[in-house]
Design a protein around this ligand. Structure first.
Ligand code: PMP
Length: 392
């Protein structure tokens, strides 16, 4: 008998809803078949609605490719980029900038905290930057950035604002027009709940004009100008799109829009709070400071004398797969994703596995306390109006 795979509770990839899974398994369409062209178009239009985007590019790739492609299309070698970093994924922008010959100034802070807005403003006032990058949720530290407030600063200093939405998009609001975001780089395997494999970029006319100003850019597949006509008319071709993936993403987008954006964001907030109420009942604390806690994942400190590998192996024995921490937090914390289709069933199973793993490693816990606390928090919140997912 094959071993049953554990419940996936890492911060991406996340579990996939049944209609999305079935869409992934359709017999492959020709990429220029009229039925597929319609699906591609529907998917792009749905994404434009979610992000308030003027343009949407969705191609085969990953979140990192979206980051690289965006810098290639918006900043020239030799220009200055301001990177606001709350961890490993913020720093990744600086690493990409380096290989592209872009000068990156990095503002960072201790793991779990946020770079103060005053510091960002000071940097913007001191130099004329070609662009600014911010990671909406840094998956290494669990920090939710101040995307709206940074948008106000970007507007004040007239700097192109690039937001990494990989661990936030479809779980945390990202209204481009309201927040003044020029580009959102993202992918499909986190709150979108689609198997990994897509590069997704939402951008506005200002970012499209910036691309035009650059003239030739150092990329072909990564030149979004090559893709823009295809995104307007998906029957055109420069490189074969990942057909099944786009069919699957379209199903995910339809589920998101059917749930309703406000209800979906409220559900993520409520799930995050409920999970953390459960953790607190086990005496566990997050690495992330209170004001910066992300709705999409939790990064949790180990209690004294709990070994990372032993703990995660015990959690897995109890049927749940969670992640270790990255960079300076490696071995000191673990990470749990709670986004996409994750609901209270999965939260309860995960808290039980964590509780049992701690007990097996000699930590004193009260059996059932975590799940009880999580449900108490869940029940204390009035659901947002029209939440089709969980409230009927
Ligand atoms: N940015 C953030 C915030 C991420 O969490 C990740 C992936 N964990 C990435 C970028 C890179 O995405 P990918 O692994 O799809 O390249």
């Amino acid at each position: 008998m094959t071993k049953k795979a554990p419940l996936v509770m890492i911060p991406g990839p996340t579990p996939v809803a049944e209609p999305v899974r079935q869409a992934m398994a359709v017999q492959t369409y020709g990429h220029n078949y009229s039925g597929f062209v319609e699906i591609y178009r529907e998917c792009l239009n749905g994404l434009k609605t979610i992000f308030q985007a003027d343009h949407m590019v969705v191609i085969g790739g990953s979140g990192t490719l979206a980051m690289e492609m965006t810098l290639i299309n918006t900043v020239k070698a030799g220009q200055d980029l301001l990177v606001v970093s709350h961890g490993a994924f913020g720093d990744r922008f600086a690493a990409i900038a380096k290989v592209l010959g872009i000068n990156a100034d990095v503002l960072s802070c201790p793991p779990g905290s946020r770079v103060p807005l005053a510091e960002i403003e000071k940097a913007l006032a001191s130099k004329r930057y070609a662009a600014l990058t911010l990671t909406h949720v840094d998956t290494s530290t669990g920090v939710l950035a101040q995307a709206k407030e940074v948008g106000e600063l970007a507007k004040k200093y007239d700097v192109l604002y690039i937001l990494d939405g990989v661990c936030a998009s479809a779980g945390v609001p990202e209204p481009m027009k309201e927040y003044g975001i020029d580009v959102i780089v993202t992918t499909c395997q986190k709150a979108f709940g689609t198997p990994p494999g897509l590069t997704m970029i939402a951008f506005n006319e200002k970012a499209a004009a910036r691309r035009d100003e650059l003239g030739t850019v150092p990329g072909y597949y990564t030149d979004w100008k090559n893709w823009m006509p295809i995104m307007e008319n998906p029957s055109l071709y420069i490189s074969t799109p990942p057909v099944n993936h786009i069919v699957a993403l379209n199903e995910a987008v339809k589920l998101i829009l059917a749930e309703g954006l406000a209800a979906r964001y409220a559900r993520h907030e409520r799930i995050g709070r409920s999970f953390r109420a459960g953790l607190a009942a086990l005496g566990l604390e997050t690495v992330t400071e209170k004001e910066a806690l992300a709705p999409t994942l939790s990064v949790v400190k180990y209690p004294p004398n709990v070994d990372d590998a032993a703990f995660r192996a015990k959690v897995e024995e109890n049927g749940v797969f969670i992640a270790g921490a990255l960079g300076p937090l490696k071995g000191k914390a673990f990470r749990v994703g709670h986004m996409g289709i994750i609901g209270m069933d999965e939260i309860a199973i995960t808290l039980t596995a964590i509780e049992r793993a701690l007990a097996a490693l000699g930590v004193k816990v009260t059996p059932g306390a975590a799940v009880g606390a999580a449900w108490q928090e869940w029940d204390s919140v009035r659901p947002a109006q029209g939440c089709a997912c969980c409230c009927g």
